[in-house]
Design a protein around this ligand. Sequence first.
Ligand code: MN
Length: 392
Amino acid sequence: MPQANENDTTNKSMMNHHLIMNKHPIQINDTTLRDGEQAAGVAFNVEEKIAIATFLDAIGVPELEIGVPAMGLEEAESIRIIASLGLNAKLLGWNRANLSDIKASIDCGLERVHISIPVSEIQIAAKFGGQRQVILDRLRDAINFACDHGLAVSVGGEDSSRADESFLLDVAFFAQEWGAFRFRFCDTVGILDPLTTFSKVRSLVHHLFIPIEMHTHNDFGLAMANSLAGIEAGALSVNTTVNGIGERAGNAALEEIVMALKCIYNIQTGIDTKKLLELSRLVAKAANWPVPPWKAIVGENTFAHESGIHAHGVLKNPSTYEPFAPEDVGWERRLVLGKHSGRHLVLSVLQEHGITLSQPQIQSVLDAVKHQSVQFKRSLTVEELLNLVPQG
Ligand code: MN
């Protein structure tokens, strides 16, 4: 396994001795502003799209999929504005395989386009009357048109996971032949497991010379695991969304992928992880959906410790119960008083406030803390703790 650098605060014991197939840098291609916004009930306005794109760019995300130019005037306008900001990130518009979509991308000032084409039988039947040749003809015409206009072209196989494997390979191979610079493997319905993902992506990596990009969905809670499996198999790029927002159960979360690559695989993405919490809050506010407390990396509880054993351990050495330092993602550690608290935490909080109690008094305060937190159905504030201290 690779050497962790010296000031890496990661608890090294968590690192697995797994087979790391892939030692190349991994390109994050964040699609919060395209597939993320496609989440039911999420709609960003122009100012929000600009703020999110600017923030992602500022923390070092190298590529952004910023919308669907053919979707309408307002969407096109926001894409045009973002494309004119002079960001460092490479910007991508999402297109179906038709000329009018690609014209709309060109009109927005984009220099790279993603062209999506269905590849599974069920999608081809529903959208193209089951005719594979029509798919290939449309894809060739769209790629040619885009290349003729000087665009860099990424091609995505919609529903790659359910596609006939030889047809998927044909589509990817022809995309490469016709000039695509990358092929996106889409687990559109989120139905793969990591081992199957590995073998399917491995096959594409073996047969193509252009890089493979992972695009996974979280219908069984496996978006993140499947993206990592694809990376293990040799994929070099991964689609993410902030907070994992996206269609149905969402996409692979930017903050989870970045931290897993850094802490588990020792792969740097060039992204300033200390800003991940702030980014999460920006997107949660714009999406008008809070993240659940136990959401990995950015949830309210990710560095909160209540149980006596854990709080005691963390007071002695944070690595006992934290996979990495909270500061690495912009969080602070919180020790919480509640039903599961022990005497060490109560003692240390009281000491901070200059209060010394006898052993029986501490026990009665602890009992009162447990009782009140059940009544309130939450942890107690320090003030509430102090109110439980016997007077005089
Ligand atoms: Mn998707």
